[in-house]
Design a binder for this molecule. Structure first.
Ligand code: MLT
Length: 394
């Protein structure tokens, strides 16, 4: 028996695992030294009180016969689906609850969703890109059309008439570059993909960091997207659910290809392959969307945004060029003096005790860049910013 041969096309290890291993090795060689972690985008603030209260109540429900829940509906609790649909109404996007699927998080879903398309598809991935897009498609045996981007387009590649793919990934606010598409730019993508009869997989995991007007939070703010897009979103960064795990996916009922309805296909998939997200977690997720929950998560996001401001100030003082930081929790900075991104990663680690993410890990056009996550504590961010500034100025 030959297992999935495509695994041999993958890099030896996944980007964030490689960084974790390098960091652990450094830590072993430098016992007692403190590291300032600005690598993987993992949150540091605890879940907000409204969520904690809902989780506790849900645990208590599971202790009583009358309120106990067994299997949950595979596509999500109907009330939570309706709550999320209502959340979209603030953007002027009308969704039915049945178009919202509760998931165990965006990264799980980004891989699982490929089940809808079968094998041997061509997938366009604008790069630098979240590496799971590439790896999941290699595992699925798809062809990848790498769309490189750089500073000249501010890392916002636009469709090119010669591009021909079945699936187009778009992530805005972008991981890793922090760049954001405006409405008119996303409209251009939607119109293009509709003409091509393709499909957009829109990653909206960072939508709650948008602070400027005219930046869409959802692809469904663009007319016509309901006939060509699937949106994947997550509570990881919005509400600190990286370790709690919950997200949602929107598949419009109008979305059809080859006479097949993708919403109904996903119902068929979920009812076969999952037993739903746990009752307790879905109760915690529902609390995120209450008025109290929304106010509390806004306060947490504010802390991360202040971290971004602090780091941007340090980079500005050193004359380092960067994108992101404003509508996104990532800052994508040019490595100084043409230093390679892994080389700069090592320098930051050794000289500043700061862990960042080398741009090359997000695709070859990320070479020469480094990504900082702003999800650390304000204290760590302050110290890291001072150390980076001092190092770059010397
Ligand atoms: C990142 O650092 O790119 C993200 O935290 C990874 C993820 O969301 O899985």
């Amino acid at each position: 028996m030959i297992p999935n041969i495509h695994y041999s096309e993958l890099k030896d290890s996944y980007l964030f695992r490689r960084i974790a291993e390098k960091t652990a090795a450094w830590q072993q060689e430098h016992p007692g030294e403190y590291l300032y972690r600005m690598g993987i985008g993992d949150v540091t603030l605890p879940l907000c009180p409204a969520v904690i209260r809902a989780l506790h109540e849900a645990v208590d429900d599971q202790a009583e016969k009358k309120t106990f829940h067994g299997y949950m509906p595979e596509c999500g609790d109907p009330t939570l689906r309706e709550t999320i649909a209502a959340y979209y109404r603030r953007l002027g996007v009308e969704l039915k609850a049945e178009e919202v699927f509760v998931s165990s998080g965006a990264s799980d879903e980004l891989g699982d969703i490929l089940d809808l398309f079968g094998r041997d598809k061509t997938v366009a991935i604008p790069e630098p890109a979240y590496p799971a897009y590439v790896d999941a498609n290699i595992m699925a045996g798809n062809r990848i059309l790498h769309i490189p981007s750089g500073r000249e387009s501010m890392f916002l590649p636009m469709p090119d008439p010669d591009m021909d793919a079945d699936i187009y990934y778009i992530c805005s606010p972008n991981n890793p570059t922090g760049a954001v598409y405006r409405k008119d730019q996303l409209k251009e993508w939607v119109d293009f993909v509709r003409r091509k009869d393709g499909l957009i997989l829109f990653d909206a995991a960072y939508e709650s960091f948008i602070e400027e007007e005219d930046i869409p939070h959802s692809i469904f703010e663009i007319p016509g997207a309901e006939s060509c897009a699937i949106e994947i979103c997550s509570l990881s960064k919005t509400a600190g659910f990286t370790g709690t795990r919950c997200g949602y996916t929107v598949i419009p009922e109008a979305l059809e290809r080859g006479g097949m309805n993708l919403n109904r296909m996903w119902v068929r998939n979920r009812t076969t392959k999952t037993n739903g997200v746990s009752y307790i977690i879905q109760r915690g997720a529902a609390a995120v969307f209450t008025e109290e929950g929304q106010e509390q998560i806004r306060q947490n996001i504010k802390v991360y945004k202040q971290n971004a401001v602090r780091l941007m100030k340090a980079l500005d003082r050193c004359g380092v060029k960067y994108t992101g930081g404003r509508n996104a929790p990532y800052i994508w900075a040019e490595c100084p003096h043409g230093t390679g991104s892994w080389e700069f990663f090592d320098l930051l680690l050794n000289r500043c005790h700061v862990v960042a993410t080398p741009g090359e890990g997000f695709g070859s056009c990320g070479e020469g860049y480094i990504r900082f996550s702003v999800f650390g504590t304000p204290e760590d961010t302050e110290e890291a910013a001072q150390r980076i500034e001092q190092f770059l100025n010397n």
